[in-house]
Design a protein around this ligand. Sequence first.
Ligand code: MF3
Ligand code: CO
Ligand code: CO
Length: 289
Amino acid sequence: MPRDSSGYLVAGVISPARKVPSSIPRPEYVGRAGPREYTGDNIYSAQQVELIRESGRIAAGAVEAVGAAIRPGITTDELDGIAHAYMIERGAYPSTLGYRGYPKSCCTSINEVVCHGIPDDTVIEDGDIVNIDVTAFKNGVHGDLNKTFIAGNASQDAVDLIHRTREALNRGIKAVAPGREVNVIGRAIESYAKRFGYGVVRDFTGHGVGEAFHSGLIIPHYDAAPRFNDIMEVGMVFTIEPMLTLSGGYAWDLWADDWTVTTRDKSITAQFEHTLVVTERGADILTLP
Ligand code: MF3
Ligand code: CO
Ligand code: CO
């Protein structure tokens, strides 16, 4: 089973591509090397926001279904099968499947894997922390979220990291308000994470989402001011998805699969993500089950 002699993850065997009924519309990038450049807006009408909420609800239900199945002994490929079936049963396309060559219907990122872990024959072990990231595409729009789960009994350090990463996302969401620069979000997240000596991963960010999976709008999770000074506007839709490390580091390595990102120091790392819309009063989360 894919772990090295120190217990760190190594690449496993990826199963053949899962099928999506031809009746389910695909995003434009499927079957191509990558998405066309997005020239649309990050601001959506109330009707479009409700469609993003429908995609987000399906994605969130898939995350809950996978989370309920997480236990020592199950493989990440089996978890992918659950996410895949949940989405296609509801008429949604799993956005990651065929995105820039990504081969699976969700991302499963364990322990030192920061993000974009590919489901394979890896067996979940007692004490693993497992992030499940799902994006669903329906009615021409994507909804994107992730959560970190515990398999069996994890260390107190791992439990604390997970709870505080969830709270870091909450603090980022609370910083959302029309008229503010998007860099206030990362400032709130980083200042909270620093209290505990945690590191904030910089090179993977929140993003505009909706008609495009990644629109080009970038939401950093650290204090990047005066850069990233886009002004939040009512109707703007984007994700916030902080990745925090226990060690305080934020250097990372990329596996030969060109997807799996790990902490360079092999520290465990946790992540939570929501898609939200900016309102007059703050943020409205679009990825609730
Ligand atoms: N859902 C991830 C995000 O939050 C992106 C995954 S892209 C993939 O942006 F191709 F790795 F699946
Ligand atoms: Co995202
Ligand atoms: Co995501």
